[in-house]
Structure formats: C-alpha cells, structure tokens
Write a new protein. Structure first.
Length: 221
C-alpha cells in the first residue's frame, strides 16, 4: 500500500519544504494541468525538473493535459519515477506507454470517472499502473465519488485475470473516511492531497492512511 501526497494542495511558494514535511511518503504526486484538458492551470516541466533537484523522493507525475502523445515523453526524460497520462488525451496509448518505459520510467494509464476500464482490458500488460480518478480531474479538495468503487473492483479483477502486477492508483477525495473502501475494492496506490496537507502533522497522516489501507486490503492482495 503506497501513499503519494499531492502537492496540488501544498504551499506552492515552498514546495521543497512541503515535500520535506512528508518523509514517510512513497512518492510525491505532481499534477500538471494545461487549462485545456482540464479547466485549471498548474505547473509544467521546469518546476518538475526543479523538484527533482531538491528531493530524493520519487516523483509521480500526473499529466492532465491535451496532446499527451507529444508532451509525456518530455517528463519521462527528466527522470521522474512515473508518468500518468489520460487515455482520453492520447491517440496512441500503447506507443506512448512503450516510449515512456523505454526511457526507464513507469507508465500509467489515467481514466476519468466516466471512462470504463473494459475497453483497455487486453492492454493492461503494457502499463505499470492504472490511475482511476475518483473525482472529475482539474481541482483538489473535491468530494469522493463512490460510484467509482465498482470500477476499482472490476479493474482489480482484470489485473488478476491477466496475471500481471499492474498497480491501481486512485486519485481524488482520498482521506481517512474513504481510503478503506478504496483498498477493499482493490486499489493499492493512493493519492491524498488536502487530507495530508490540511492535517496538523502531514507525515502522521501519511502513516495513518497507509495503516488504514493495509488493514482494509483483501486477504492476499
């Protein structure tokens, strides 16, 4: 069970310090938004490159951008740990995943809440992780969508049926109130933004969330 705090909810004027506040995090989740694929604008490659210089934490980049086929390899070339791109924003997801992996970076397929997983069942082995949005992408602090829980369960079933080790990441509204349901459904990587950075002790919250997920995970998960 991995907890990846999102700096979308951190202090953008002090990102190095904010990352240092969560030493127990498994990765640091960085949301890149372009005001086209989603109605918000955040940061880009120069900031990601700067973060890599000031932290030893693996960086998990989530691209909520249009034309991912063009831009995703640039982030992989920076040396991040993982790049997630949305299937709704790419023309050739398999080619893009293979290019990202060729660069030595984990490739993750992102899906909006209403995008079904079933059309991609036969392609899962091409990815290291599937990112299931549990809110509509674009803004932090949204309420968790319980309607995505069955999709998490179906994705876990497909991964098991395919005999692969694909991780299942959930992003949006993850907190101490929702993480157990996500873990029980089959998720094993959790993005938590406001739940972590609004806590009095962000790192303690990271550890608490991980413990809750581990307790709720199905036997043998």
């Amino acid at each position: 069970m991995q907890i990846t705090p999102s700096i979308l909810n951190a202090d953008f004027a002090n990102l190095q310090r904010e990352i240092e506040r969560v030493p127990s995090a498994d990765m640091i989740h960085v949301d890149v938004m372009d005001n086209h694929f989603v109605p918000n604008l955040t940061i880009g490659a120069p900031v990601v490159e700067s973060l890599l210089r000031v932290t030893s934490h693996p960086i998990d980049v989530h691209l909520m951008i249009a034309d991912a086929d063009r831009w995703a390899p640039e982030y992989a070339e920076l040396g991040v740990a993982s790049v997630s791109f949305h299937v709704e924003a790419t023309q050739a997801p398999i080619r893009l995943a293979r290019e990202i992996r060729r660069l030595g970076v984990r490739a993750s397929l992102g899906l909006r809440p209403a995008t079904p997983i079933e059309p991609y069942a036969d392609l899962l082995s091409e990815f290291d992780m599937v990112l299931l949005m549990t809110v509509e992408p674009g803004f932090g602090g949204q309420a968790f969508l319980d309607g995505v829980l069955p999709k998490i369960a179906r994705t876990r079933q497909l991964v098991r049926a395919g005999g692969t080790s694909v991780a299942i990441q959930v992003d949006g509204g993850v907190s101490h109130e929702t993480i157990e349901r996500c873990a029980a459904a089959g998720a094993d990587v959790f993005v938590a933004g406001s739940a972590v950075y609004s806590a009095a002790d962000p790192d303690a919250m990271v550890r608490e969330l991980r413990a809750l997920a581990e307790t709720a995970a199905p036997a043998g998960a």
